[in-house]
Structures are given as structure tokens and as C-alpha cells.
Design a protein around this ligand. Structure first.
Ligand code: GMT
Length: 384
């Protein structure tokens, strides 16, 4: 197959998943064309069977902005025509799904399109009033719609008027990259003394990630256990988070690493990964922690209970239960037997339920079904 992939290129779950899936398809011998404003951050230059098509902004003095969505649509048309693409996969519905649909209307070379809804494209950004009808329209125009958890599937059905079935294909990660053996004493040493535990949080510091809550909970933990908080990522709430740590007098115990490209080398050094998001369709970070043999503590929202097994691979707690969250972290930090058994159970669950190979196969089947649906619909239309 010749597959087009439209995704956000910057650090983040949807772009990462799109890239992993594209590489997986390329490894199976398919030709994969990534269309994006910059090279997706995990797509290396020399990855066989993959192509990268950069979307250049449209820069005329008449326009105040680079008209990214039109530039993207134009690039999709160009790539579909030049490479005769069989299928185009839009990751994150806004604005990708609408641009792919528009491209399909413009080109003579009609193609089936898949939209994968990743989370905030329907829970936060996509429920924004002006965007809502555009989002619903383009999702309905997709030949196939998938999403990353059962929770997310039900959410879309409840909040949008979607006329077709929505398939759940869970996210996955690379178990050769994310593994416990990446833990490294000299890396740990940069952040914590040998008698200190490491609590880690990884996100884009948007309000939905509750990074202030991360700091509040950590301030409870350090009342009784020696520990450091390592924060990975950057975003709009970094300064707020820093100020809170200063006000709580724990700034010297908090390390801000900023954006990191090779999270796999960092995450295995944590003793616990903490993600108290108020929305999380799946949480690739929690899966990466499980794959790396790190117990997790998180909120019990949305798709998280489908990923984490409470009491087995980690703990989940209600969002307003600050004390419960800090008690869970303290439990993990102070009980080596518990921590080790969670580490093992996490890796086993990750491999069994969220393996790269099995999930790529599910997407492959989904592509094949989509092609079949598209071609049989076209035959019916021609015959009518
Ligand atoms: O979490 C974010 O804000 C980033 C967002 C993205 O598009 O990268 O993540 C969403 O997609 C990921 C991949 O499917 C999921 O693992 C995340 O749970 C989801 N985030 C939310 O639902 C908040």
C-alpha cells in the first residue's frame, strides 16, 4: 500500500503514535508518506520506505498568517497525485481530518481516509464552540474512524452526532526502546542522592495535565520521604508550576528538564511516574512507564483505567484525592516488594495488551477493511 500520514510533528502522544505506526507499516513493506509542517520528531532521515513531505506556509503580504490549513490541504493533494496514494490517515482530527477531506474533494484521485481521534481533539480543542461543527463534519466524512480507548469511543458517541461505528485500537509502544535496563546510576545521580527516590511527571504542561497538583502532591510526599521531583516537558503552565514549588519551599527538590527527545533513556530512572490529568484518552506516558518497569500513580479519569491495573501495575485515584495520591506514592517509595511486583506486572501487561506488532496488525486490518469499504461503495455509486 502507499499510505499518507497526516500528523502533528512536535513532541506529543498523537504525533508519536502516528510515527510509530508509520514506521511499523514501512517495516511491513508499505510505502509511507508523512505530511507535516516539520519532520515528526521521532522519524529519522534514513528510515526505509518512509518519505517526508514538508508543508510550507503560504506567505503573501496580503495574508496576516501562513494559512497553514490550506497549505496542508494543497500538500496532501500534491502528494496524493504524485504518489498515487491508496489511503490517507489523519491523526488528531483538528485540523487534519478536514484538510484530508478537502484534499479528497479537490483531487481527481479519490482515496479512502481514516481519522484517528486521540483525545483533546474531541475533549478540549474539538468541543470548542466554533470548531465543533467542523470537527463533527470531517469525522463523519471519514471512511473509517478509530480511537485509542473504549472510554474515548463512548465519549465521542455521547457528545457528537457520528453516523458510523468507531473502532477502538489501543496505543502501543516500542519495547526494545522502553525497558527497565535503561536505568542508569549516573543519570539518576544528576538529580537525586542515593538515598532519595525519584518521582517523575512527563507532559506538555497544559492545564489538562494538572502540573500544579503534581507539585502539591509531591510536597506531601517529601514531608516523610526523601525524594526529588523530575518534570519532563514544557508548555504554558511551566511558570505557574515553578512559582508554586517556590511558594511551597520545595523548589530545590524539583528539577525541570524541559523537552526531551529520548524519554526512553530518562523514564526508567524514575521510582514512580505520576500523571494526575483531568482528561487522558489513553496516556502513552503511563504505558511507557509500564514498559520501562516503573510503577505509576495517576488520576482515574477517561481511558486511564483501561491502561493501568489499579493495585497491580500502579495506583489510580480520584482527581480531588490529593492525600490518596500522595499515600499511593509513599507506599510505592517505601515498599520495595510492592514496587518490584508492580514493575514486573506493568511490563507484562504492556507486552500483552499494547504490543507494537499486534497493534500495527490491527491497523493493517483496519486499512484493508477501509479500502474494501471504499471500493465497494464506489462500485455501487458507479452502478447506480
Ligand atoms: O496529552 C496531550 O495533550 C497530547 C495529546 C496528543 O495529541 O499528543 O495526547 C493525546 O493522545 C495520546 C496518543 O493517543 C494519548 O495517549 C493521550 O492520552 C491524549 N491526551 C489526552 O487525552 C489529554
Amino acid at each position: 500500500m502507499r499510505i499518507g500520514v497526516v500528523c502533528h510533528p512536535t513532541i506529543g502522544g498523537s504525533g508519536l503514535l502516528a510515527t510509530q505506526l508509520g514506521i511499523g507499516m514501512a517495516k511491513l513493506g508499505h510505502q509511507v508518506h508523512f505530511i507535516s509542517r516539520t519532520r515528526p520528531f521521532k522519524l529519522s532521515e534514513n528510515c526505509p520506505n518512509t518519505f517526508f513531505h514538508r508543508v510550507e506556509g503560504i506567505d503573501y503580504p496580503l495574508f496576516d498568517d501562513p494559512l497553514y490549513t490550506f497549505a496542508l490541504t494543497a500538500k496532501i493533494v500534491e502528494v496524493v497525485d504524485a504518489y498515487n496514494l491508496d489511503i490517507v490517515h489523519a491523526h488528531y482530527s483538528i485540523p487534519h481530518s478536514l484538510c484530508v477531506h478537502l484534499a479528497n474533494e479537490i483531487t481527481k484521485h479519490k482515496f479512502p481516509m481514516i481519522t484517528t481521534i486521540h483525545g483533546t481533539d474531541v475533549t478540549v480543542v474539538g468541543r470548542d464552540k466554533p470548531l465543533y461543527p467542523l470537527n463533527q463534519f470531517s469525522i463523519n466524512k471519514s471512511t473509517t474512524v478509530t480511537t485509542v480507548s473504549r472510554y474515548q469511543q463512548q465519549y465521542i458517541k455521547k457528545h457528537f452526532d457520528i453516523k458510523k461505528s468507531i473502532e477502538v485500537i489501543y496505543n502501543f509502544t516500542n519495547f526494545d526502546l522502553f525497558k527497565a535496563s535503561n536505568a542508569n546510576h549516573s543519570t539518576r545521580k544528576q538529580w537525586a542522592d542515593d538515598d532519595e527516590k525519584i518521582l517523575m511527571h512527563i507532559s506538555n504542561f497544559r492545564p489538562v495535565k494538572n502540573t500544579e497538583l503534581v507539585v502539591k502532591v509531591f510536597s506531601q510526599v517529601v514531608k516523610s520521604i526523601k525524594a526529588k521531583l523530575v518534570l519532563v516537558g514544557t508548555g504554558p503552565e511551566v511558570d505557574l508550576t515553578k512559582s508554586l514549588a517556590a511558594r511551597l519551599n520545595i523548589l530545590d527538590k524539583v528539577i525541570f528538564l524541559g523537552d526531551i527527545n529520548n524519554v526512553e533513556q530518562i523514564i526508567a530512572n524514575a521510582d514512580c511516574v505520576f500523571q494526575p490529568s483531568s482528561h487522558e484518552s489513553f496516556s502513552l506516558v503511563l504505558l511507557e512507564a509500564m514498559a520501562s518497569g516503573v510503577p505509576t500513580v495517576s488520576s482515574n479519569v477517561d481511558g486511564i483505567p483501561e491502561v493501568v491495573q489499579h493495585g497491580k501495575t500502579g495506583f489510580i485515584a480520584p482527581l480531588d484525592d490529593l492525600i490518596g495520591m500522595s499515600d499511593h506514592i509513599k507506599n510505592i517509595f517505601s515498599d520495595d516488594v510492592l514496587s518490584e511486583s508492580m514493575a514486573k506486572a506493568g511490563r507484562i501487561r504492556a507486552e500483552q495488551c499494547f504490543g507494537w506488532h499486534q497493534q500495527v496488525q490491527k491497523y493493517l486490518k483496519c486499512y484493508e477493511n477501509t479500502l474494501q469499504t471504499f471500493h465497494s461503495n464506489n462500485v455501487i455509486q458507479v452502478g447506480q
